[in-house]
Design a protein around this ligand. Structure first.
Ligand code: FAD
Ligand code: SF4
Length: 507
């Protein structure tokens, strides 16, 4: 019986479950990879994301050929006709696919109705299997990251000695929230010149008549495992030793600081989570690096990343529809074009995303998502925007990060409080306010920072709901001491801003 394998665009690892399953029969197992144009018409993706995925797929197809697999690579409008023709031509009786990370893609596969059996193989792209995560989650009242992270540390014996956390503490987060200071010297990221394959993909994407977002050039991302491993090594040598302290800082012109830039590669399968985590742990032991930096980084990959995908599958497809605050505002047009805003923090981060498809965690959470939250944007619309514009965005990582962490749309299943903040936080953690037209200390008036009036109006509008969130009570006390006149003025200015933004949207 002929068995074929369909490799999805984010499953580019020779050890992925479907390939591993047929390793011994590689010569007689046909493999297919498909670029589908219809698939990418769903939203206006960042052009660099299209280039990254397609170039990585084309490189991976070449790698598989050199390993003896018989590979078909297709560029097509849709998946089904191409798959059907391939299955018929090769007489394939069973199609094996590694379980997709994204639930909408699983639905797509189930609706294909192909002329052969489909065998979905368990996904081995994460450390936690879905069954193990579900068992962990079922046994507790609250799905706290900290509990999950400790369990993961023990399960994989990472930074553990004699069953205890190395350094006597599980978490060094308090040491990792330093505001930026002048003259920080950060390491330059490792970028790459596009090779022949990537140049061809760039030309192909430029020629496509589809809605697109962002700049396509310069394209400098890694596109194969060899380069991704170089990025990992570069990070461990040059950035990891200082990863912790300024993890939450935002500095004009310093787009990556000490962040790893590994998410695009982890999410495509070019790197595995365990090699990233163990690489960091080995460097810690060998070079006696600062524990707060190592633990801070390992928590991101072994904790947050695994937790987010576990929760996504545990809660299922309905999670995408949550809207606890019942926010309905359309996204302001400037999210699609940074030239349309004078708010310097947003302009800096949005233009960075246009140029690269990347922003670090706090830029995503406390600038972009924070604004959308206090502005009252529809969580589904902001989720769609994040999904379109980020180089590392996929459904599994978007739902939980944007809806759960960023928008509190699930009412607190995931986050213990909404991540809402005024200019006070932004000014403390960045240098953006220095170069801004708006006044960071003013709450009302023509030049008052919009983050200020939107923030207080957000708290006032949702006071009743927020009362149930213990961690917000202190700030609600502050709200209660504000004069009615000031609150009214802030409501007026917030509504005015929303009205202007909707007109821009219509125009
Ligand atoms: P580093 O700061 O160097 O962190 C190391 C690694 O930890 C990352 O590469 C990533 O794999 C992992 N990680 C850390 N936090 C998370 C998290 N919350 N969820 C999943 N993995 C995490 N991550 C994505 O991979 N794709 C996204 O589209 C994405 N969108 C986000 C949107 C919002 C609103 C928020 C709040 C977070 C989002 N994240 C997303 C999580 C996180 O911001 C990115 O993983 C991180 O910024 C990627 O940059 P880096 O590789 O330099 O990360
Ligand atoms: Fe952003 Fe307000 Fe600071 Fe300007 S003043 S950079 S809008 S927080």
């Amino acid at each position: 019986m002929t068995i074929g394998i369909w490799i999805l665009g984010d499953q580019l690892w020779t050890g992925q479950a479907a390939l591993a399953n047929r390793q011994a029969y590689s010569q007689e197992t046909p493999v297919i990879l498909i670029e589908s144009h219809n698939h990418i018409r769903q939203r206006p993706y960042h052009q660099q994301k299209l280039v990254l995925i397609w170039s990585a797929m084309r490189h991976f197809a070449e790698e598989l050929k050199t390993l003896g697999w018989s590979v078909t690579y297709e560029v097509a409008e849709d998946f089904k006709p191409i798959l059907s023709a391939w299955i018929k031509r090769l007489g394939i009786k069973e199609l094996q696919i590694m379980m997709p990370n994204d639930l909408p893609f699983l639905r797509l596969i189930k609706n294909l109705n192909l002329d052969c059996a489909i065998n979905i193989i368990d996904n081995n792209h994460f450390l936690w299997t879905r069954t193990d995560f579900n068992n962990w989650a079922k046994s507790r009242k609250r799905l706290l990251l900290e509990d999950f992270y400790r369990e993961s540390r023990k399960k994989w014996q990472i930074l553990i000695e004699d069953n205890q956390p190395i350094g006597g503490q599980w978490n060094f987060d308090k040491q990792n929230r330093k505001p930026p200071k002048d003259g920080l010297k950060t390491a330059a990221p490792l970028w790459f010149e596009p090779d022949e394959i990537t140049l061809q993909v760039i030309a192909d994407v430029e020629a496509l008549d589809i809605p697109k977002y962002g700049k396509i050039k310069p394209f400098t991302w890694a596109v194969n495992r060899r380069q991704a491993l170089q990025v990992l090594e570069h990070f461990i040598t040059n950035c990891l030793p200082n990863f912790g302290p300024y993890q939450d800082a935002m500095v004009t012109g310093e787009e990556t600081l000490w962040h790893s830039l590994l998410s695009p590669y982890l999410n495509l399968g070019l790197l595995t989570p365990l090699e990233v985590i163990q690489g960091a742990e080995i460097a810690y032991k060998k070079d006696n690096l600062a524990l707060n930096s190592i633990e801070g980084f390992i928590r991101q990959v072994l904790g947050w990343r695994e937790y987010m995908q576990g929760i996504y599958h545990y809660l299922g497809e309905d999670y995408a529809n949550h809207n606890w605050f019942e926010h309905q505002q359309p996204l302001p047009a400037f999210f699609w074009d940074s030239n349309q805003t004078e708010m310097n923090c947003l302009k800096q981060v949005l233009s960075q995303v246009e140029n690269t498809g990347y922003a670090h965690h706090i830029q995503r959470l406390m600038i972009l998502s924070n604004f959308a939250l206090i502005f009252g944007c529809s969580p589904q619309e902001i989720e769609n925007w994040f999904h379109s514009v980020f180089i590392d965005a996929y459904d599994w990582v978007m739902q939980t990060n944007v809806l759960g962490m960023g928008q509190f749309a699930d009412g607190g299943i995931l986050a213990s409080k909404p991540y809402a903040a005024s200019a006070n936080y932004i000014d403390k953690m960045s240098d953006y306010c220095r170069g801004c037209l708006y006044k960071k200390n003013e709450r009302v008036g023509d030049l008052a920072c919009p983050f200020n009036f939107l923030y207080w109006d957000f708290l006032a509008r949702h006071r009743e709901k927020l009362k149930s969130q213990g961690r917000v009570n202190m700030i609600l006390g502050h709200l209660d001491r504000m004069s009615a006149a000031e609150l009214n003025q802030m409501r007026y200015q917030s509504n005015q801003l929303r009205a202007i933004s909707s007109q821009e949207e219509i125009g």
